[in-house]
Design a protein. Structure first.
Length: 227
């Protein structure tokens, strides 16, 4: 039987091979294990195999898992859309938020982040290929939103995040991740001290790393297909 530890090992090998091919250091790319729909036991197994950072899409599910696993030193990332009425829960329980695409949500998270906690680490979500209905701001709107978010006292802007559509091949996927990278470089060029480019998932992490990703968000390849 293949265990979570085995699959985690395979994902680490893929990341390390992709870094090798891209001439990058393996220390430049971190792995976020996406544990949505998995029970706390699966997270415990990944933790036992050395994984510390976990991503959740659904706020309520994430909060329950965080509570069930509070005995472990884990870092929790919110990677799903956030409704206004959920910002307080996110501000009080998560370490990171990857999906900032509206200033109003960022302002609420900042004002609701408890004093005793570290600032909430955040990424602005950019939509490089979808229609207006998809989450994320258009590349041309990213700088303005990023500047406003960077000015909020209880948030720390770390970078940008994207979920490009699946591409037919490696080249196509890399081209999409490169568009995300260009937005990242544009924001850095404008003086924002960003260090996180969150892009790439189970199917396309190699292409994302080739394009400069510093954080890949991997679910299926670690925990198996979601039911
Ligand atoms: C589910 C999800 C992932 C992980 O996707 P896999 O294909 O299972 O690796 C990454 N990022 C986001 C935002 C997700 O919703």
């Amino acid at each position: 039987m293949t265990t979570i530890a085995d699959r985690l090992g395979k994902v680490r090998e893929r990341i390390s091979a992709a870094c090798g091919s891209a001439g990058r250091s393996v220390d430049d790319v971190s792995l976020l294990a996406v544990s949505k729909t998995c029970g706390p036991d699966a997270v415990r197994q990944a933790h036992a195999a050395g994984q510390r950072a976990f991503g959740e899409n659904y706020v309520q599910e994430g909060i329950e898992k965080i509570a069930a696993l509070h005995d472990l030193p884990l870092q929790w990332h919110c990677i799903g859309p956030i409704q206004s009425n959920k910002t307080r829960l996110v501000a009080e329980h998560f370490d990171w938020v990857h999906t900032i695409d509206r200033l109003k949500i960022a302002e609420r998270l900042s004002s609701q982040r408890p004093e005793g906690m570290a600032p909430l680490q955040v990424c602005v979500q950019v939509n490089v290929d979808g229609g207006a209905a998809k989450s994320g701001v258009a590349p041309g709107e990213a700088l303005e939103l990023a500047r406003a978010v960077a000015a909020l006292p209880r948030l720390r802007l770390r970078g940008i995040m994207s979920i490009p559509e699946p591409a037919p091949d490696f080249e196509g996927a890399r081209a999409l991740h490169r568009q995300v990278r260009e937005v990242f470089e544009q924001l850095r060029g404008a003086g924002l001290p960003l260090d996180t480019l969150s892009t790439g998932m189970s199917a396309d992490l190699e292409a994302a790393i080739a394009a400069g990703s510093t954080m890949v968000r991997v679910g299926t390849a670690i925990f198996g297909a979601r039911g």
